[in-house]
Design a binder for this molecule. Structure first.
Ligand SMILES: [Zn+2]
Length: 244
């Protein structure tokens, strides 16, 4: 294959050219877009072919069609926090939470990159937990209806989207996962509740990834009360989280 052909092609054209490239015939349907960037680097003389072969491992493989991931950004992720029925219009629902659903749906649809979901997850022993003693309202009990994402959000969730079920406000697992993601530049958070789980996760991500921008979309969040929502946004601003 002539390198000159590859050099100034679009990603889609490169996908087609690499499709024809025998070495990768077997794995082409599962190619990750990063591979194409690496291949371009090889053409530009910045990488060895062995390095690309080594990189072509399951960690670069996605279940999506390469055409579907064409242009999908890898440096910006959207974290949809606890958009569960119990927090929207269930036992801990509020009119403010209902009011943001449409905005969250738009944010998910418009996001160019990976979308990650979190779910508050409790069990039958909820009332005996610290949270249960301080907030004696059983909610988000695993596998109950209230634990599910609200219908509007659930219908947008794709099989490949990561979901983190968390027993408390912040998810250490989520922060660790994001820390391992290479090339990440920005994490955007939306969801519920601004003053509990959104702020907890935003602070946690900030602690794990001090060089990554952390942003919160104000109109896509709601608090336990409108006042505590505002207070949480102020607290996040002070901690250099972008409130947009
Ligand atoms: Zn909870």
């Amino acid at each position: 294959m002539e390198s000159i052909l590859i050099k100034d092609t679009t990603k889609q054209q490169r996908i087609e050219l690499i499709r024809q490239w025998n070495t990768y015939d077997d794995g082409l349907d599962n190619c990750d877009i990063d591979l194409f960037d690496m291949y371009r680097d090889y053409i530009d003389g910045k990488r060895e072919i062995a390095e690309i072969n080594q990189a072509f491992t399951p960690e670069y493989v996605m279940e999506e069609d390469p055409q579907a991931v064409q242009g999908k950004r890898k440096d910006k992720v959207l974290v949809v926090v606890d958009m569960q029925k119990d927090f929207v219009d269930g036992v801990l629902g509020t009119p403010e939470a209902v009011a943001i659903v449409e905005n969250v749906v738009t944010a998910i649809k418009e996001h160019d990159g990976d979308v990650i979901y979190t779910r508050d997850t409790h069990f039958a022993n909820y009332m005996e937990t610290q949270e249960g003693k301080k907030l004696p309202v059983p909610h988000c009990i695993k596998e109950t209806e209230g634990w599910q994402l609200c219908a509007e959000t659930e219908s947008l969730r794709k099989p490949e989207d990561k979901v983190f079920d968390k027993p408390t406000f912040g998810s250490v697992e989520l922060a660790e996962y994001l820390k391992e993601k290479s090339g990440l530049k920005e994490v955007v958070l939306v969801g519920l509740c601004t003053d509990i789980c959104v702020i907890s996760n935003a602070m946690l991500i900030k602690a794990y990834l001090p060089e990554v921008e952390v942003s919160v979309i104000e109109k896509c969040c709601a608090g336990v009360t409108p006042e505590s929502h505002k207070n949480a946004l102020e607290a996040m601003k002070m901690c250099q989280i972008n409130v947009v």
